[in-house]
Structure formats: C-alpha cells, structure tokens
Design a protein around this ligand. Sequence first.
Ligand code: WTA
Length: 656
Amino acid sequence: MSQATIESILQEERLFKPPAEFSQAAQIKSLEEYQSLYEKSVADPEAFWGQLAAQELHWFQKWDKVLDWQPPFVQWFVGGKLNVTYNCLDRHLSNGRRDKTALIWEGEPGDSRTFTYAQLHREVCQMANVLKQLGVKKGDRVGIYMPMIPEVAIAMLACARIGAPHTVVFGGFSAEALKDRLLDAQAKVVITADGGWRKDAIVPVKEQVNKALADNGVPSVEKVLVVQRTGQLVHMEPGRDLWWHELREGVSADCPAEPMDSEDTLFILYTSGTTGKPKGIVHTTAGYNLYTHITTKWIFDVKDTDILWCTADVGWITGHSYIIYGPLSNGATTLMYEGAPRSSNPGCFWDVIQKYRVTIFYTAPTAIRTFMKMGEELPKARDLSSLRLLGSVGEPINPTAWMWYYRVIGNERCPITDTWWQTETGGAMIAPLPGATPTKPGSATLPFPGVIADVVDANGNPVGENQGGYLVIKNPWPGMLRTVYRNPDRYRSPYWEHIPPKNGQYLYFTGDGARKDRDGYFWIMGRVDDVINIAGHRLGTMEVESALVSHPAVSEAAVVGRPEEIKGEELVAFVTLESGYSASEELAKELKQHVVREIGAIARPSEIRFTDALPKTRSGKIVRRVLRALAAGQEVVGDLSTLEDRGVLDQLRAGT
Ligand code: WTA
C-alpha cells in the first residue's frame, strides 16, 4: 500500500449507519443483535454451530459430535452424512423453488441462458452420470479448467454429487501451471471446453489442456470431457477426449446424491504460498457447506427475491463460495457473466445489472478503481436502481474507491460490505452485516459470529489500539481448510506454527498485517509474507522467481511488489544473467513472456531490472526490503549492516 493510502486510512473517521429500512428487513437487524449473536457464538461454539447446522442444512444422518479440535487438526460434525448438492439443489425442488431461477448466465457476445432449480438439478444429475460412465468414483479427483459458462457450475456440482473432489484451475493459468496442479491432485478426468469468450477473444482452454497432457504429461488423467461453447475447431485426442453434448444424449437424469461424511473432501483449490509450488487447500463437505451458507445469508442478507452477482471467476475461492455454493444452498438466484469490461464495451457490467435487475453486486477493489478511472458517465447512463447491497473482496479497499462505489454505484443508498477472507478460510471472516454494522470506508469492520480475530506481535501477544501487527484467528471455524493436499506439514507449519503455540493455544496466521481501532474495527493492511496481491489475485514471489530462473538466460531472480494505482500492486523482477547473456529490451520482453508461459498473464512482471548482483545478507538471503524500496523509488532506510556487499546497493541505486 502506498504511503498516501496509509495516511488517508489512518485519518478515516467517517461512519455510515445502515439505512433504517434496510435494517428493518435484514436478516440481522441491529448492532445489538449482532453483538448478542457474537457473544453466544464464542461462549458456546458447539451449541452455536450445532444449532445452525440443524436449522440450515439437510442431513442424511445427524452428527455425533459438533467439534473435534486436536490442534491444528479439526473435524466438524463428526459422524454426520450429507451431500452439498442436496442442499444446493434437491431440497429446493420441494420447498417451492422448483421453478425459481437458480442460475442466470450472460455470455460476452450477448447470448444468455437461465436455469431453474429443476433444470439445474437435471443437468447436474446427467453430468454426474456421465462422469460415472467415465469411471469416476467417490474420492477420485476431477480437474476443471473452463471458461465462465454454466457448465462450470454444473461440473463442480456433478463432482460434488458423486463425491469426487473437484479441483478448479483458473482458465487464465498457463498449460504449465495447469499441469502442475493436475499432477499434484492426481486428477483422473479433466473437464474443459472448446473455448470461452473474454475481452472479445477466445480463451483457448482446450489447447492448454492438450499441451498440459501432451506426451502423457499427467499420467493419472484418463479422460477429458469437453463442453462445446465457441464451436471453433479444437484437437480432440482419440480415446481420451469426449464431447459432453454427445455423451449426454440419452443419459438418465436420475442420480441420487451420494451420502458423504461431513469430513469427506469436497474440493481442493490451489493457491499461492511463500514457497515455489502452489498448495492444494482442502475443504470438506459439512463445514464448508454450512459456513458458505450462513455467511451468504447474513453478510449478503440474501432473500428469495435477490439476484446476486459475484464477478469473480469460479477458478478462485470467491467464485466457489459466492457464485456457486453459498447462493445455491440458500435457494437464491445467482448470476454468472462470461466476460470482462473491455474497450468495445466498457459499461458491460452496468448493462448486466440493468438487464437482470441485479440486487447484490460483489466485486474487487481493482475493478472499482478501474471503473473510477473510466468515469461516472458509464454507470450513470444505466438504471442501477435495483441494487440494494454492494460488496468488496480480494484486497484492501482504499477509502477513495469505497466512497466512489458508495456514491456512484450505490447512489448513497446501498450499504457496502467489505469482506476479508482467504482461500483457506472458505468464507468471509471479517465483514459488516449490512443491516447491523455501521461501516467505515476502508475497514472490513468486525468478525463474523464464531470467529475470534485479533492483531498480535510475532510472539502472539495482542498489540495495542491502532498498532500494526499480524492478523490471526484464535479458534477453529467450520469453513476452515483442513490440510494442504498430500502435504500436512505445509498445513501445520506456515499456518499454525508461524506464531509459536503457547499452552495449547494455537493461532492461525493469516499472512496479513492489520490494526484494530478503538471500536474494535479491523483495518487490513495487506500481506506481510512473500505473497503479493495483484488486482486481487494471489501470487507467491517464489513462484514467479522459479519461473524466471527456469529461463536459460537467468541466473538469479528476486521478485517484489510495487504499489500501483489500479491493481494495488504490480510485480518488479530483479534479475542477474548467466554469462554469455546481456541485458536488453528484447530479453526483458522475452522474460516477461516466459513468465506468462510458465504461470499465466496475471503473473507478468511490469518491469524487469537487470543487475550484476542481488543485495544479500552474509548468510546469502536476499534482502527484499531493500528491493521493495528500490522498486518503489524510495530511499532505502533502516539497518543495512547485514548486507554482504554495500557496493551492490550503490549499483542498484544507480539504476543499472
Ligand atoms: C487479501 C480471496 C483486504 C488478503 C477471498 C488475503 C483482502 C488474500 C480482503 C486472500 C479484504 C482478501 N481486504 N485484503 N476485504 N479480502 N484480501 O486466497 O491479503 O485469493 O490474505 O482469497 O487477499 O486471497 P485469496
């Protein structure tokens, strides 16, 4: 975050009370109601979560025990049996929502499709039966690498229906990145499409799948199920690749939901950490279902009349939780948009809101800052009066962007819920309940019931009011990750032992810095580890560094984030070259392209700086703090006595 942003946030004193008419009709109607719920939830978590689980979800078999916490490993609703798709689909067929719209989809070229709960149920059952025919059994992993089309939701739910954990890989990741994830997950089947539309171009997902699987690159993959979207010609590997529209012909729509144990894996979602390889975050059935259900209900204040549009891609956790599982479990109408704002149609988001009378709109600060830059005319030219609630997620929202969102998009009527959470947390953890919590621009406000959040120092001791520190969670919650797939040490150590446990008290380390103000409101300051947040997308610096050093010209690489007005941060890479190579514009371009090939366009460095050496300590550690200051054009301050060679710094300063 830039110095100016930090200062503006420190001076932020504005307070916005929920509008009275919003509160009256809200799920949680006042701050007092929130406070009493919160107190109850932390005084007796088992009673609190047990009661909600019984009230809000359908169970094939009730649990024996609400919580089994053997730090840092947890189980929720032990012995219970349920299926997330029963809660997301079947129960709505008999509770009056059979013909209610479950999913609205708007394609980028302007085509659209809608599915009622009955229709979505049918599609999901058919795809589940097709997956069975392809040999997928309970427990087998299925990779999903798709554009934003209804079949991505259908595919996820079809997997959940038969108990096959899905692992969705963002369609913008490269073939290499896809391959890494499929290998780690040992996926048996991959579901993809012949392409999808984004920014007036076709995203060639099938081509990337072909590359990832070439030369038996992922030996576990037996079949690829391909959805036809664009109709363009794609290579179909004989014996391996099959068209969905052909296989579904004549397939039964009868596929009872598999009874799953509460703790059976629902999905694995890869995310970036501080080491080179992405990690497979494991979420399980009951806890995730309940947590996304109840956060959707209370934070988005969902009612039967709502049309909820979360603009995230389903390849990220936000799409999993707030396009698919949370809204459908609540029987809401969820909207999915295939494309993105683009120069040929910069106002497309506002068109979608106007066309479908969207009531709840959930997006990222980077998008809001982009809209700000495009000007007020675009949203002002549309009828946005259907909106009643706005949400923000993915990165800190600066007060200026918050105010613009509030004034221009919400017309000073709609509360804003700034939701802080992570892939690991399953659902939102710190966020205002819009009918209850007064908001302050730039603050995610207060923890969700059942969540004990705090700001502590490196030893786990709480810091004072408005003092910066590490954001931690002090207790288990149902939506939390259970482990890192096939790597429990990567679960235990970075999350639960980063701050040494004391007297059996384990603190979940979020990797974020924060402060708490005099009202107990949380202000998230951004990552304090080697994870960078670019345009709301999480990237590990080590991941990008590994990509760079895999190029023959690169000897060493160090990547840091630099504050950027729209995207929050951008990547700057410091690179030393192997002998025989010399710095040039062309090489910088080539290296950027190389990172795109290895990871994807979201990881493209904004700048490559060639240098003869990197600043290191005597023990050989790269001093990133120095590089961060240099990248941002700031003075390098603080103790530099540990630097091995001060000359390196002078050279870097001179701007080689
Ligand atoms: C950041 C996305 C400030 C944070 C749901 C976190 C936020 C990382 C907010 C997780 C917010 C997310 N305010 N920062 N409202 N929401 N973050 O796993 O740094 O893609 O650790 O999950 O995004 O990113 P992830």
